[in-house]
Design a protein around this ligand. Structure first.
Ligand code: ATP
Ligand code: MG
Length: 558
């Protein structure tokens, strides 16, 4: 067997193996998967794993994928979420075959419920939630029958119809499946199928006051659509017997459920309920705050769909829960941005330089937009007598290994000249306010003697040409690796320094035309992306990520 062949085989995940076996056995002529979000929040990076898996499987094996909103819980759901979910899936690069809603099937599901009643497999129960919980027993002790379990088919039908007609208040009655109160699987001990909820639904309005439970909606919706492989996360393993039981008793299309491990990421939380708390309590500015692990937050921060797909590919598909290091996600975005980002120069903390021997006034110097791209374009950078460099690139009394600017030393200004520091000017308090420098005209980048060697190259901007921009630098939203599993409230572990704002950084003038279609590398600073808060007269950039992984180093310092 050749190496590449081995590679291919090794890279099949367990779901691909199942699909390949099913197709080889002729079980299906083509596969149909679905992505089933509940529209009760914005999608997060965990969902992207499920999206990439479901759409990716179908793409790989010539099948299709439905987008199905699992909208059976009217109280928490909203059309704002529906719209954001669709936008995020498209942005990730996927197209669904059909857009469906579990609420499309409410009438059909109701009929399924009556069919089970008619078979003597479902009954209306007047017990309170507490009584039902009590009747369920414990994992080691069988449940007890509700006093209503023996109701006749006729009585159950009548009561269920009255429930639908709105005769009873919330919580007065439920419809339960009649299965096995002694089952070792708690989900099989007469699970609830329908509950009464007089609530407005974002799609069906006030047409219904009874709503199906997840377990009675999900598998049946899969079956109605003819989903071949219904893929969900591991916590649904104990629901699978119930999924199969409903399908078997209703004698409908046999969809199959498969489970994989959910994605957990370090230094963040990954549940919509928790993310909603961060939004509602004002810890972040919204679902698309660039510190959020949401798809919309990552997009706003400057992540690319390619980087997220690369990440999903690297983590693979597992059958056991684990915690993935967020540095891997950052690694992926760096890999991609290094290839596509436009290089620009921006000074965050300026120190003024005056080139005493520069008499040209100004000149425009070509600089590569992207040295990683063999077909890179060049932009023209304005150069003049007065420049800004970073404060940190100068030291008056440098230690031995400091190779940047210091009195008497030389550095190269990127894409321009080598300069030498001749004099340090201070104010009355002894603070350095300006450096007087001279330049080597023959050292001009691209010129005949451009190969004169110095130890360091630094970035700069021309003061009269510079524009200002706000720069937002982000750090991890939480101080600990797994905030959801720490003692107490996860919000106690929020990193108070997750946002650092530089209100006026000095940027080369080409950035005035910054576009959302472009990603930028600010030389020596990191990768940056235009923020939606930008306006005609104010530019705002988000730091997508640093150039290297600084986290470990900084943790050691702290
Ligand atoms: P949350 O706990 O964040 O609210 P959820 O599972 O309730 O998530 P759904 O809208 O029901 O969110 O999820 C849609 C699909 O995405 C489901 O198939 C679910 O299993 C999957 N999914 C959700 N979170 C993750 C995750 N962290 N990793 C992988 N898949 C996920
Ligand atoms: Mg859910």
């Amino acid at each position: 067997m050749t190496e590449t062949k081995k590679e291919e085989e090794k890279s099949l995940n367990f779901l691909e193996e199942i699909v390949e076996a099913d197709l080889a056995a002729g079980k299906y002529s083509s596969i149909l998967t679905r992505f089933p979000p509940e529209p009760n929040g914005y999608l997060h990076i965990g969902h992207s794993k499920s999206i990439i898996l479901n759409f990716g499987l179908a793409q790989k094996y010539g099948g299709k994928t439905n987008l199905r909103f699992d909208d059976t819980n009217p109280v928490t759901e909203d059309t704002e979420y529906v719209e954001s979910i669709k936008e995020d899936i498209k942005w990730l690069g996927f197209e669904w075959e059909n857009e469906r809603y579990a609420s499309d099937y409410f009438e059909q599901l109701y009929k399924f419920a009556e069919a089970l009643i008619n078979k003597g497999l479902a009954y209306v129960d007047d017990s309170t939630p507490e009584q039902i919980a009590q009747q369920k027993g414990t994992p080691t002790e069988a449940g007890k029958a509700s006093p209503y379990r023996g109701r006749s088919v006729e009585e159950n039908l009548q009561l269920f119809r009255e429930m639908r007609a709105g005769k009873y208040p919330d919580g007065a009655k439920v419809l339960r499946a009649k299965i096995d109160l002694a089952s070792s699987n708690m989900h099989m001990r007469d699970p609830i199928m329908y509950r009464i909820k007089h609530a407005h639904h974002h799609r069906t309005g006030d047409a219904w006051c009874i709503y199906p439970m997840y377990d009675f909606a999900h598998g049946q919706s899969d079956s109605i659509e003819g989903i071949t492989h219904s893929i969900c996360t591991l916590e649904f393993i104990p629901h699978r017997p119930l999924y199969d039981w409903f399908i078997e008793k209703l004698e409908i299309y046999p969809s199959h459920q498969y489970e994989f491990a959910r994605l957990n990421l370090t230094y963040t939380v990954m549940s919509k309920r928790k993310l909603l708390q961060l939004v509602n309590d004002g810890h972040v500015t919204g679902w698309d705050d660039p510190r959020m692990p949401t798809i919309s937050g990552l997009r706003r921060r400057g992540y690319t769909p390619e980087s997220i797909r690369m990440f999903a590919d690297k983590i693979g598909v597992q059958k056991r829960d684990n915690l993935i290091d967020v540095s891997l996600l950052e690694f992926c975005v760096r890999e991609h941005l290094n290839k596509i980002a436009q290089r620009r120069m921006v000074v965050f903390d300026p120190l003024k330089i005056v080139l005493t021997d520069y008499e040209k006034g100004e000149e425009w110097l070509p600089s590569e937009d992207n040295p990683e791209d063999p077909e890179t374009t060049h932009r023209q950078l304005p150069f003049s007598r007065e420049l800004y460099i970073e404060q940190e690139d100068f030291m008056e009394n440098p230690p031995k290994k400091f190779f940047r600017l210091s009195p008497g030393s030389k550095v190269r200004l990127k894409s321009a000249y080598i300069i030498q520091c001749d004099e340090v000017i201070k104010d009355e308090n002894g603070k350095i306010i300006e450096l007087r420098c001279s330049h080597l005209p023959e050292s001009k980048t691209g010129g005949a003697q451009a190969n004169i060697k110095v130890q360091a190259t630094i970035h700069w901007v021309s003061i009269p040409h510079a524009i200002t921009a706000e720069v937002r630098q982000y750090d991890r939203l939480f101080r600990v690796e797994d905030p959801a599993n720490e003692e107490g409230d996860f919000k106690d572990y929020i990193n108070p320094d997750s946002l650092q704002v530089i209100s006026a950084a000095y940027a080369e003038p080409s950035l005035a035309k910054a576009k959302f279609s472009d990603h930028y590398q600010f030389l020596r600073k990191g990768y940056f992306y235009l923020d939606k808060d930008s306006s005609e007269d104010k530019l705002v950039f988000n730091r997508t990520t640093t150039l290297r992984d600084n986290w470990v180093k900084e943790q050691k310092k702290a």
